[in-house]
Ligand binder design. Structure first.
Ligand code: BEZ
Length: 257
C-alpha cells in the first residue's frame, strides 16, 4: 500500500519485496481469525495475507489505495473481496470484528485520523492487530540518504517526512485517547534480507523512497544511490547479503468506546 503516488511497480514488488507479506504470517496468529468473523485487511497489497486470513472461514475484505495492487489481488484471488480505498478515509456499513494491517500504517502520516477511522469501522470489543515500521526503522539507510541529499544541496528533499515510525508510548497514547485498550505492544528489530545481492539498498530506496528524488537530476540520483549503498555497507551487508535495518511495532488492541 502507498499513499502518495500511484506508481507502484507491482511486479518488482512481488519479485523482490515479497518479504513484506511473508513476514505477516506470524501476525495472523496474533489475529487468530475465527470462522464467520468479518475482518478487514487494511493495505492488503496483492492479497497474499488476505487469502491466508480467509482460510479457516473468516469473511475478509482487502482494501488498498493502489489500483494496481487491487487489480493484482483480484487476479490472484478472484473469489475474495478487494476494493480500492484509502487507509484514513474508508467507510463500510457493517462494522468489522477485527481490523488487520501489516506493513502499511507507516505510510499514513495522519496516524490519529487513521486510528479514529479504524475505530469507527470496528464493532464494540472488536480487535485491532497491527504491525508497521516503528521508531528507528530503516534509520541507517534513511539517515545516510538524507546526508547525501544535503551534501549536494537538496535541502528540502533531505528533510522529507515520508513515513511515520512511532515509539510504543507515542502510538499507544493515540490508541488510548481514541477509544482503544492496548493488550499488547512490542517494538523490535527485524533485520530484513533484501533479494538483490548486488543492488539491494539501491533497489530498496528506488522502490520505497522515490519521493526523496523529486526534482533531483538523474545523474545526482545515480550518484546518491551509489554513495548511500557504499556508506551503509559496513552495517547493512552481511554474509554476501544486503540487510535493511527494519524495526517493527506490533500492536493488539480492543475497541472499548
Ligand atoms: C517498512 O516496511 O518498514 C517500510 C517499507 C517501505 C518504506 C519504509 C518502511
Amino acid at each position: 500500500m502507498k499513499t502518495k503516488s500511484n506508481n507502484w511497480k507491482v511486479n518488482l514488488y512481488n519479485k523482490k519485496h515479497a518479504f513484506v507479506y511473508q513476514f505477516g504470517e506470524e501476525l495472523i496468529e496474533l489475529l487468530d481469525p475465527k470462522p464467520d468473523e468479518l475482518i478487514l485487511d487494511l493495505g492488503c497489497g496483492s492479497g497474499q495475507l488476505t487469502n491466508e486470513i480467509s482460510k479457516n472461514g473468516a469473511h475478509v475484505v482487502g482494501i488498498d489505495s493502489s489500483k494496481e495492487m487491487i487489480s493484482d489481488a483480484k487476479s490472484n484471488y478472484p473469489e475474495l473481496d478487494f476494493q480500492v480505498k484509502d487507509a484514513s478515509h474508508f467507510h463500510f456499513n457493517k462494522p468489522f470484528d477485527a481490523i488487520f494491517s501489516n506493513a502499511v500504517l507507516h505510510w499514513v502520516l495522519d496516524a490519529e485520523n487513521a486510528i479514529l477511522n479504524m475505530n469507527k469501522n470496528l464493532r464494540s470489543e472488536g480487535r485491532l492487530v497491527l504491525e508497521f515500521g516503528g521508531k528507528g526503522n530503516v534509520a541507517t539507510i534513511v539517515n545516510s540518504l538524507r546526508k547525501s541529499l544535503e551534501k549536494r544541496g537538496y535541502l528540502k528533499n533531505a528533510k522529507l517526512k515520508n513515513w511515520y515510525f512511532p515509539s510504543i508510548s507515542e502510538y499507544t497514547f493515540l490508541l488510548e485517547k481514541n477509544g482503544f485498550e492496548v493488550e499488547y505492544a512490542h517494538l523490535y528489530d527485524r533485520p530484513t534480507k533484501l533479494a538483490d545481492n548486488e543492488n539491494g539498498i539501491k533497489d530498496w530506496i528506488e522502490m520505497f523512497g522515490s519521493l526523496f528524488f523529486v526534482n533531483v537530476s538523474e545523474q545526482s540520483k545515480i550518484d546518491i544511490l551509489e554513495e548511500v549503498q557504499n556508506n551503509v555497507k559496513s552495517s547493512c551487508f552481511n554474509d554476501g547479503k544486503w540487510v535493511a535495518d527494519y524495526r517493527r511495532i506490533r500492536i493488539l488492541a480492543k475497541k472499548i468506546a
